[in-house]
Structure formats: C-alpha cells, structure tokens
Design a protein around this ligand. Structure first.
Ligand SMILES: Cc1ncc(COP(=O)(O)O)c(C=O)c1O
Length: 364
C-alpha cells in the first residue's frame, strides 16, 4: 500500500534537525565505556541540577494528576525570577517549544522568517516544519548581525526575525541599539536568551515598551534541567494569549514544574555553578589562545567556538571522539573549519586541552 501521498507535500524535502546523541551512543561511536565519555557537545550543565530537585521529585505524590494548563504557579515563579508580571510569561517544553509555538501562531503557508547564521538550527528547522521558508542573512566576519541586510531582505510576508544573544555557536551578544533597530521593522523579533545567565546581561526590560518583542529563556543550561525540558517566553500579554490558545493543554510536565520550583529555591548554589562555568570558560579561552593553529572566539555563553588552520576541524573532532571527548562539529558550509566546545568541569577541560595539544602535536 502506498501511504506516501498521505503526508504533507511541503515536508517531502525537509532536512531533519541534527540532534546530539546520548552518552550511550557516543560511547559506541568512540569505542569507549559510557563512564569514560566526556560530553561537551550540547552546552549542558556539567554540575547537574540542584540537589533539591531530586528530593522534591522523590517526595511528590501527585503524578497521577494532569498538570495545570494555565501554568499558574510556574508562571508566578518565573515572573518573580525575571522581574515581570506573570501575564508576560508562558512556559514550554523547552525553549524549543516556544520557538515552534511562535511559528505555529504566525506562519501561513509560504510566509518567511529571518535568521542569521551561524546560529541555532531550530529556527530554520521549525520554520520549515510549519510551512514557512527561511531567509538566512549571514553574520559578518565578527559574527555580528548584518542589520542593513536584514532590513533589505524583509518581505511583505516576513513574520518573524530570530536573533540570539549570546549567539549559539559564536558566543557573542547583540547590542541594545541593534535590537531597537530590528524592532522598528514591525515584525515579531524573537530574542533568544537561552545563555543569558552566563553573560550576566539581558534585554528583557525592552519587552514592556515593545509589543513585538519575545524573549526566550530556558532552565536547560544554567539550572541543569535540559532533560526535564523547561523553557519560557516573555512577551506582551496580547501575543501571549495567542500562544496560550494554541499550545497543548498540558505541555509542561509536573516533574519539570517541581524541578523548577526546587531550583529557584537554590539560586545561590546554581549561581555558584554558573560562576564556576564562566571561570572555566575564561581558562579554556586562554589555553586555546596559546595554541598555534587554533583561534577561539570570545564567548558570553557556556561554550567556545574555535577555528583551526593547518588541520581540518572534522579531523580534530574525530580524533577527540576516539579519545572519548565529544565536542560539536557542525556539518554546514559556514562552520566547516570550526568546532564548538561546551564548558565542562575543570578535570574534563584539562583532558580536552591535553588531547587537543596531542592532536596538534604541540606542547604548551
Ligand atoms: C540558542 C538556543 N536556544 C534554545 C535552545 C533550546 O533550549 P531548550 O533546551 O530549553 O529547548 C538552545 C539549546 O541548545 C539554544 O542553544
């Protein structure tokens, strides 16, 4: 029986998102034990969640009850954390879900969306899944957004402009004046601040003055909750109501809600972990800078992008993987010479530097 015709025609040439593999699969790839895998490929938090999360999840008794579709308590908690009213907050199963919701709410078939590569791949992936088409405006040589080119390429059917600060994978941040300029164009501007806690900066205060600005955040990175999937968006209540009206009713699972509440009671510890990660980022940057064939790019996130000369980035990636160290290699033309290293614990960073030094045949 032919069932192909049952599926959406516009998905026939959809390029799937390339996700990172779990440690078990990486262990097989690198031919190492799972316990020996050093996973530095998904910007995860090497310190894990607050210990309070495990205790709170273990002692909760209501898992047989559906979660609150209005997300009342989670929105109140996040509102207090961010410093906005709770009717400005919507939570999602990761920031990924909010990206999808924004596009589901705005894209009619064929509408266009702007992103600025190299950047997070979910913007183009979700645009294509939702029947839109992406207009990619490459960043300049310093990885800043080419604002005049964004302006020039806006079409009548352009609904959304995605910008990321700090940008993944380049690590740089966007200026307030650039965001203000983009906001003038009358499209939805989605400012993805998934790594804001590592940069110590945010432009969330602009949301009050700009009904077309959506700021995205996540508990995946600084809270160490990537596996429980909890992200959120901050926006004018008018957009928020649109998103609330199309989301799945129980999109936030109870475990994520409990974990977030426990995390927000342990801010001191979580912020100490962020500081440790930032300190390691600075140390790794210095180490990479002292290597002859490596150029690291200054980063405000929990990762560092670097490029290589005299050796292929893919070869570096493969040599590291065979030692059990997994960094991110992006198989796209604009990042062919680059790898992205997520910041891990000091011991893992030392191993990475030793491994890279061996691969490059250098002593530092
Ligand atoms: C810029 C950016 N936004 C969003 C996400 C996804 O966040 P979440 O885990 O909350 O879906 C990531 C994950 O790597 C990211 O790099």
């Amino acid at each position: 029986m032919d069932i192909d015709w049952l599926f959406r025609r516009d998905h026939s040439d959809l390029v799937p998102y390339t996700p990172v593999l779990p440690p078990e699969s990486l262990a097989k790839l690198g031919n190492v034990q799972v316990a020996d895998v050093i996973k530095l490929n998904a910007n995860e938090n090497p310190y894990g969640p607050s210990p309070r999360v495990k205790a709170a999840l273990g002692s909760y008794n209501g898992y047989n009850i559906y979660p609150d579709p209005d997300q009342s308590s989670i929105r109140a908690l996040l509102a207090e954390y961010v410093g906005v009213p709770s009717d400005y907050i919507i939570a999602g199963s990761g920031a990924d879900e909010i990206i999808d919701l924004v596009l589901r709410a705005t894209i009619d078939p064929g509408d266009t969306v702007i992103d600025c590569p190299p950047t997070f791949g979910m913007y183009s992936f979700s645009t294509n899944v939702n029947g839109g088409s992406i207009i990619s405006i490459p960043r300049n040589s310093e990885f800043n957004i080419d604002i005049p080119s964004v302006h020039k390429n806006i079409r009548d059917n352009t609904k959304v402009i995605f910008v990321t600060s700090p940008n993944n994978p380049t690590g740089n941040i966007i200026s307030e004046s650039d965001i203000n300029e983009l906001l003038q164009y009358g499209r939805l501007v989605v400012l993805d601040e998934a790594y804001s806690e590592f940069s110590g900066s945010t432009l969330v205060s602009l949301v009050h003055r700009n009904p077309n600005l959506i700021v995205l955040r996540t508990a995946s990175k600084w809270c160490g909750l990537a596996g429980l999937r909890l992200g959120y968006g901050i926006m004018d209540p008018k957009i928020l109501q649109k998103l609330m009206s199309i989301k799945q009713p129980y999109n936030i699972n109870t475990a994520a809600e409990i974990a977030l509440a426990a995390s927000l009671e342990d801010l001191v510890m979580l912020k100490e972990n962020v500081e440790k990660i930032v300190a390691e980022r600075i140390r790794l940057f210095d180490n990479l800078s002292s290597m002859d064939n490596v150029t690291p790019y200054p980063s405000h996130g929990n990762f560092i992008l670097c490029s290589f000369s005299g050796i292929g980035a893919r070869d570096v990636y493969e040599a590291m993987a065979s030692s059990g160290i997994f960094v991110r290699y992006f198989n796209v033309p604009e990042l062919r010479d680059y790898i992205r290293i997520s910041i891990g614990i000091p011991e893992h960073m030392d191993k990475l530097v030793d491994c890279l030094t061996n691969i490059l045949g250098q002593t530092i």
